[in-house]
Write a protein that binds this ligand. Structure first.
Ligand SMILES: *Cc1c(COP(=O)(O)O)cnc(C)c1O
Length: 383
C-alpha cells in the first residue's frame, strides 16, 4: 500500500497535515507586509519555545549550519574551547572547531554513556587564566539516545564566568525542557526537521546578551552566517537573504500548534512515549543502548547482539512501511533507533511496537511471548 509511510527516525520527523497544506501554497514575497507580519509572530513564538526574551534567529541551513553559525560568530582563531564528545554529533563539533582553527579539547565519554560533568568542572576550575572561551555540549546525543546533563555542566561553566555555553539542542528543543534564560544558555542551535514538525531546511540560533558581547570582538570569518545581519533584519521582521518562505509559513502553523499544546504537555508527551518505548523493548528482551538515567526523550537506541539490525529495519519498512534509523559509524548494523520526536502520537508508538513483535521472530529473536511488548507500553499509556 502506498502513502502510509511512518517516519520513526530522529529527523526528518512526521509533518502534520496543516503544515503540509501550508507548504502547498504559492510562495509569498519575502519583502511583503504579509510576510513581515507573519515573521513577527514566528519570532515571538520562537522566543516562547526557547523560553527567552533575547534573540532567536532563523537561517536557511540544516542543524549543522545552525551549530556552525553558533560557533563562528563568537570566537577567534586559536581560542581554547571544550567540546563534549560522546557520539556522532559531539565528534562533529570537535571537527568543526578544528576546521576553523580553534584550540579544541574534546571531553569524551564512551558512546552510550553520558558526559561527566566532573570532567568539565576539573578543566574549568583549573583554568584560572580564563583561557577557555566556550564549552560546546550536544544536549540530546541522537546517535546513541543519550541525554547529557546540560544543567550540571552549565553550572560549572557559570562558575568559570568567562566561557560561553554553546548548545546543540537539535533533538532536545521541543522535546525536553531547555530554559534558555533561566539557565543562562548563551547559544542554542536547532533545526526544523526535528521537534519543529516541518521538513528540513531551517536552522535556529538563540543568542544571549553575553554572546553578543563576545560577537563584538570575535574574529573568525563569516558572511552568510554572520548572525549580526540576522539580528538587524529580525528586529524589522525581515531577513537578510531570501528565506524559504513556504517553510516559514509551515513553521507559523506548527508553532501555533505547539503553543496550543503547551510546553509542559509537550515535554510530558515525549517523556511518556520514551517510557512506553523503553518498557516495551525491555519486555521484548532487547537491550537498551542508553541507561534509564540518561535516556533521551526524543530517541531510543536498541542493541540487538547477534542480529543484524539492518534486517529488522528492512522488514519493518517492507512489511509495515515504518522507517526506523540504524546505527552510525561503529554502531552500524548493531543498533536500531526509534525516533519519538515531534508529531508522534501514542498510537504511533503502539503501531511500531506491535510491528516489531511481528518482525523480530523473523530475524531469529523469539525469546518473548507475543503481546508482552504491547502490554508493557499499554501499562505506561494507561496510567
Ligand atoms: C539532526 C541533528 C543535527 C543536525 O543535523 P543536520 O543533518 O545538519 O540537520 C545536529 N545535532 C543533533 C544532535 C542532531 O540530532
Amino acid at each position: 500500500m502506498d502513502n502510509k509511510l511512518m517516519l520513526m527516525i530522529p529527523g526528518p520527523t512526521p509533518v502534520p497535515e496543516a503544515a503540509l497544506l501550508a507548504l502547498a501554497k504559492h510562495p509569498i514575497g519575502h519583502r511583503s507586509g504579509e510576510f513581515s507580519s507573519m515573521m513577527g509572530e514566528v519570532t515571538e513564538n520562537l522566543k516562547w519555545l526557547h523560553q527567552t526574551t533575547s534573540d532567536v534567529l532563523m537561517l536557511n541551513v540544516s542543524g549543522t549550519g545552525a551549530v556552525e553559525a553558533g560557533i563562528i560568530n563568537f570566537l577567534s582563531p586559536g581560542d581554547r574551547i571544550l567540546v563534549g564528545s560522546n557520539g556522532k554529533f559531539g565528534e562533529r563539533w570537535v571537527e568543526v572547531g578544528q576546521a576553523f582553527g580553534l584550540n579544541v579539547e574534546a571531553v569524551t565519554s564512551e558512546w552510550g554513556q553520558p558526559l561527566d560533568p566532573a570532567q568539565f568542572a576539573a578543566k574549568l576550575q583549573a583554568d584560572t587564566n580564563k583561557e577557555i572561551k566556550a564549552v560546546i555540549i550536544t544536549h540530546s546525543e541522537t546517535s546513541t539516545g543519550v541525554i547529557n546533563d546540560l544543567e550540571a555542566i552549565n553550572r560549572h561553566v557559570k562558575e568559570h564566568g568567562e566561557a560561553l555555553i554553546i548548545v546543540d539542542a537539535v533533538t532536545s528543543l521541543g522535546a525536553y525542557n531547555v530554559p534558555v534564560d533561566a539557565w543562562g544558555l548563551d547559544v542554542v542551535a536547532s533545526g526544523s526537521q526535528k521537534g519543529y514538525m516541518i521538513p528540513p531546511g531551517l536552522g535556529f540560533v538563540s543568542v544571549s546578551p553575553k554572546a553578543w558581547e563576545a560577537y563584538k570582538t570575535a574574529k573568525l570569518p563569516k558572511y552568510y552566517l554572520d548572525l549580526g545581519k540576522y539580528r538587524k533584519a529580525t528586529a524589522k521582521n525581515t531577513t537578510p537573504f531570501t528565506p524559504p518562505v513556504n517553510l516559514m509559513v509551515a513553521l507559523h502553523t506548527t508553532l501555533g500548534m505547539m503553543k496550543k499544546e503547551g510546553l509542559e504537555s509537550i515535554f510530558t508527551r515525549h517523556q511518556r512515549q520514551k517510557n512506553a518505548t523503553r518498557a516495551a523493548m525491555k519486555a521484548l528482551n532487547l537491550s537498551l543502548f542508553a541507561g534509564d538515567e540518561c535516556a533521551s526523550p526524543a530517541i531510543t537506541a536498541v542493541a540487538t547482539p547477534g542480529i543484524e539490525t539492518d534486517k529488522i529495519r528492512s522488514l519493518m519498512k517492507k512489511q509495515f512501511d515504518i522507517a526506523l534509523a540504524g546505527g552510525q559509524d561503529h554502531l552500524s548494523n548493531k543498533i536500531f533507533r526509534i525516533g519519538h520526536l515531534g508529531f508522534v502520537s501514542d498510537r504511533d508508538i503502539l503501531s511500531c511496537i506491535a510491528s516489531l513483535e511481528v518482525v523480530l521472530p523473523q530475524v531469529g529473536h523469539d525469546n518473548f511471548t507475543p503481546g508482552t511488548g504491547i502490554a508493557a507500553a499499554a501499562k505506561v499509556f494507561g496510567q
